[in-house]
Every structure is written in C-alpha cells, then in structure tokens.
Design a protein around this ligand. Structure first.
Ligand code: FAD
Length: 561
C-alpha cells in the first residue's frame, strides 16, 4: 500500500492529500503526535457518546457523519410551530438509565402517561374501562411471563415460535379454548362482571363473552408492534428475553431529545472534530504500522489508528460500507440474522385540543382491528395515539401523535402517499386518520377546531442513513440471537475496528437511546483499554462543564416518581 504519513497535520494516502485541519481536527489535537487518532463513523447517540468519552481521555477523534446534522435517529422538527421528536420520544425505564441524568442536565420536561387508556373495539365503540383495564393487566402479565419463559427455555423453544403463538396459548388458559359454533359443551363460566360486553343470559351466551374477551386480548397483543415496529406474529419467542426493558416507568420527553443531543455533541463541537455530510463508503485495513485504517468517502480518504463503526444495523444489512478485508463470516451472519423494524410516527396538529373535555380526559387511545375504515384501512391495521396537549407548559400543544408499524407504516411511506406538508398530502393523511381522531370525546365534524391544520410524518423506511427502518428487533427464525449481538460487542480488535449503536447494546438497552449511549461508551472504553489507558494530554471536557454552558438547572421537570 502506497501511503505516507507526514505527522498529524497532513496525511497523503494514495496520492490524495488530506489536511487534518480541513477534516475539522483543531491545532491542539493535531499537535498531539503520539496520541492515537480514532475515527468514529456516525454522529448519532452512540457516536457522540463514544467521541465524548475519547476526548475526555485525551484521544484524537474525527467523527464522520453522512447527514448534514448530528443526532442520527434522534431528530427534532419544528414544522408544527413547536418542537416534536421524529425519532425517540420515550425514556424506557429509569433504573440505572444514563439518559435520566442526561435529561436532568438538559432540564427536560418528562411526562408519565396514565397506564389505563381507552380502547375502541373493532366496531369503533369504547370498551367499558374496567374490562379494558383487566385485559391490559392480563396483557402485561403475559408479556412478563413470556420474558421469563424465553429466559428459561430459549434452548428448546423452536425459532419459528412467536410471541403471538405464546399469547394464543395463554389466552386459552385464561379464557378457555375456542369451541366450534355448534358445540355447547366445554363452556367456560363467565365471572359475572357487569362491565363485560356480553349479550346476557347463561351457557352458550356466557361462553361467547369469554370468546369475545379472548379476541380482544389477542387484538391488544397486536399493539406490541408499536414498540418494536414489526407485527407481534413475527416477534421471536425464543429471544423475547432480548426485549426486556430497563426497570422503571416509561417517560415521554415532552421537551424533546434535542437539548440532550446538544449536550452529547458539545465536546465534539468544541473540539471541532465533527465532519458533516461525509458518508464513509469503505474501510480498508492496510499493512502500515501507523494509521493503518483507511476510511473512504466520495471526496476523500482518511487514515486512522482505530475506528468505531456506529452506522445502523439496517445500513450494515445493505452493505453501505464495504470492508476490506471483508467482515468475518460470523459477523456477516449476525448482520443477516438480526432484524430491523419499521416504526413511523404521524403528528396531527389541530387549532385546539378538542379531546381535552375535562382535566381528567385520557391521554392515549387504542383502536383495535378497526372495521369502520374500509376505504382507507381495509386490512384493519390497529392504531394508537397520544395527546401532546397533556404535557406541562410550555411544551403542551394541540397535537395527536399516531404510531404506525409494519404493513401500515409501509403503506404510509409508499408512493401512494404524498408528503403531508403539501396541501394534497394534508388531505390524504386527514382522510386516513379521521376515522380514529373523530372517535375522541369532544369531536364535532363541522367544528374548525377538529380539522387538522398541519401534519408531519416520519419516513425512516426510506431513509438510507437510518438503514431503511427504525431500530433492531428480534424476529422469528432467529437461532442464536445473544451470540449475534455479542459478536458486535467484541468487535474486531485485531483490526482496531469496533462496533457501537443500539443493535450492539447490552440486553436492557437494545433498540433504544440508552442502549446506543451504553454501546458508544463501551466501544470507546475498549479502544482506550487497547492503547493502555488515557492519553497523556487530557484536554477533553466533562459533562458537568457542558452543563455549565448548555443548561443551568438540574431538575427533571414534571417527572413522575
Ligand atoms: C420512529 C422511532 C422511534 C423511536 N422511539 C424510541 C423511544 O421512544 N425511545 C428510545 O429509547 N429509542 C427509540 N428509538 C430508537 C433510538 O432512536 C435509537 O436506538 C438510537 O437513536 C440509535 O442511535 P445510534 O447512535 O445507534 O444510531 P443513529 O442515531 O442512527 O446514528 C448512526 C449515525 O450514522 C450515520 N451514518 C449512516 N451511514 C453512514 C455512513 N456510511 N457514513 C457516515 N455516517 C453514516 C447516520 O446518519 C446516523 O447519524 C426510536 C427510533 C425511531 C426511528
């Protein structure tokens, strides 16, 4: 390999002169000649945390980001007039979650929605709340049982079994097996709950009540897809343990993730090491003794001592970066075996939050197997939405947030739909979602307050730098899921190449912001360890210093205990 290294100020690689200052490396860093230079590919949460850690340890860092902004899948839009997150909204669990102290530094306003939510049945009628609460309780119990079952029996559970299969068995235990229409024997007795939707009477009719409950329970189980981005029928039971969340409440970040990303990005911005609009297309390991890893972008080649690759699993699946030599076969298997979900979000903004009919009005709603939208939703895809009007001021807004997943997200991101930011798209999206938002209390068809004024929708499924999807998940067919992830975490130490990102996180953080943070920190710590510890000239800045410049208070506004 014909490569020449001329100190840190300029590197000539295959005849291409690369000025490190031009790469964004400042003079201070460029003068640290003996300090390793670590390339971080991707400026999402994992990459920013890795860069922050390395800078704190005194390492030279160059971050390469394909987009013209940092944050990756954390992205905030103000198209509706107020900020909304197009990627993550939630802090999933609080126990030991590093995003909680980060949210404190950012003075975030966090909202805890009531657990009990209204559910509309397939005919669009509101289910009695006591029935809904009971079914939801049963649902979460089954999810917990499935996690334990998966932990205990993962070696023997067939890879094709899904969480839905498990749910069907549990539903039969709870509500009795399905019976042929003509057979009255084996009738399960109803428990006489007056709130149960049933036709009344005894025997066959009472059994029908249980059958209806079972159907509703299984419909509710489909809402699991709004957490993973894929149908519950594709959720691996064998590796359901990998979906276990951090303990504690789920908190909605009303003030958005943006201030948190700014805090994470601050050290890299201060050091001037972020290279935006610089997609890396190949990583080549040479025989050179120093700076032996070459990163290629469409315009330049950069040489590094070590590299942390944080691009999404979906990008790895599409071979967005070519590795020379190729990745080991086992790692390629991991890339193929792990799955990627498709969760999309649609924010519908109204002149007024008409659904706030009282100060006890519910904050989120579920629409099960809707039969009442045959024109726009003939497949009866389930829907759910959250009210942003419930947030503490000044973050409250008359907006409903719908989550769509799997085939419904494929539909909304297909060429059949125009951007809702156009007049035609606004009309199309309004028609699609009207059957649901029109069912909320306070809706009046003729009232201008009930007509969407702006809509914004995500399009992660068509975003090449998000890997054409939302985040990793664990689908049926997965044979060796835990090992697949470990392979990423181990990285390729012999090549000085490491991997980070939500798909490489410890089990409790997979697919989440917390996991991305942990993984970036972990990969950076491995790099530092591989060089024997912190570099001599430590001039990075700590989170606390960032806080002093980025935010003045350290309270979590509106957090629930
Ligand atoms: C719709 C949606 C909802 C979500 N909801 C939640 C939630 O409520 N709570 C939660 O905890 N998590 C949620 N997540 C998941 C969370 O957003 C991710 O787990 C996390 O942000 C991933 O961070 P990352 O650094 O691993 O990846 P990314 O943020 O994707 O960062 C990777 C970076 O690499 C860049 N890149 C890609 N290819 C290249 C290349 N060739 N060269 C250079 N750069 C490249 C990308 O542009 C990107 O900036 C959600 C995600 C989505 C999409």
């Amino acid at each position: 390999m014909d490569s020449k290294h001329e100190g840190n100020a300029a590197v000539v690689v295959n005849g291409v002169a690369t000025d490190l200052d031009g790469m964004g490396l400042n003079d201070g860093l460029a003068s640290k000649k003996d300090v390793p230079l670590v390339g971080v590919i991707g400026a999402g949460v994992a990459g920013l945390r890795a860069a922050q850690y390395l800078l704190e340890k005194g390492y030279n860092v160059a971050v390469f980001e394909a987009r013209d902004r940092v944050g990756g899948r954390v992205f905030t839009s103000n198209h509706l007039g107020k900020d909304v997150d197009m990627g993550p909204n939630w802090i999933h669990g609080t126990s030991g979650n590093p995003i909680v102290p980060l949210s404190e530094l950012a003075n975030s306003s966090l909202h805890c929605f009531e657990e009990s939510c209204p559910v509309f049945d397939p005919d669009g009628n509101l289910l009695p709340q006591s029935e809904t609460d009971r079914l939801q309780e049963a649902l979460w119990k089954v999810v917990e049982q499935a996690t334990e079952y998966s932990k205990e029996h993962k070696a023997t559970i067939p890879a094709h079994e899904s969480l839905y299969d498990y749910g069907v068995l549990k539903a039969e235990e709870m509500f009795g097996p399905s019976l042929p229409e003509t057979n009255n024997s084996g009738t399960t007795s109803d428990d006489g709950d007056s709130a149960t939707p049933k036709a009344g009477g005894t025997g066959r009719i009472r059994w029908k009540g249980q059958e209806q409950r079972k159907e509703l329970f299984l419909s509710m189980l489909h809402m699991w897809g709004s957490l993973t981005g894929t149908s519950v029928m594709r959720q691996s039971l064998k590796y359901f343990l990998l979906e276990e969340p951090v303990e504690g409440p789920n908190l909605f970040v009303g003030s958005t993730y943006k201030p948190m990303v700014d805090i994470l990005a601050a050290p890299s911005r201060k050091a001037g090491v972020i290279n935006l609009s610089t997609p890396i297309t190949s990583i080549t390991v040479t025989n050179s003794e120093q700076r032996r890893i070459l990163l290629t972008s469409p315009t330049s080649t950069y040489s590094m001592d070590a590299v942390i690759v944080t691009i999404p699993l979906g990008c790895l699946k599409k071979a967005a970066i070519s590795f020379n030599p190729p990745l080991p076969t086992r790692m390629q298997q991991s890339i193929q075996s792990l799955s990627y979900g498709n969760l999309e979000k649609v924010y519908i903004h109204f002149p007024k939050a008409y659904w706030l009919t009282s100060n006890k009005a519910p904050g989120f709603f579920t629409f099960l197997t809707p039969k009442y939208a045959p024109e726009t939703n003939p497949n009866k895809w389930h829907m759910c939405c959250f009210s942003l009007a419930h947030f503490a001021a000044p973050y409250d807004q008359p907006t409903l947030l719908f989550y769509v997943f799997g085939p419904s997200s494929a539909h909304l991101t297909s060429s059949a739909f125009t951007s809702p930011q156009t007049e035609e798209g606004l009309k199309q999206y309004t028609e699609f979602f009207e059957p649901y938002f029109s069912r909320l209390g306070g809706y009046e068809a003729e009232s201008p307050d009930c007509k969407p004024s702006h809509i914004i929708a995500t399009n992660w499924s068509n975003d090449e730098y998000a890997g054409f999807g939302s985040y990793s998940n664990f689908q049926v067919g997965l044979e060796d899921g835990e090992r697949d992830i470990e392979i990423f975490r181990e990285g390729l130490p012999e090549r000085n190449i490491w991997f980070a990102g939500e798909h490489t996180a410890p089990v409790l953080g997979l697919g989440s912001v917390s996991g991305a943070y942990w993984s970036g920190e972990d990969a950076a710590a491995k790099v530092v360890e591989s060089y024997g510890g912190a570099a001599q000239h430590t001039e990075g800045i700590s989170l606390a210093e960032v806080c002093a410049t980025g935010s003045s208070q350290m309270t979590v506004g509106g957090a629930c205990a």
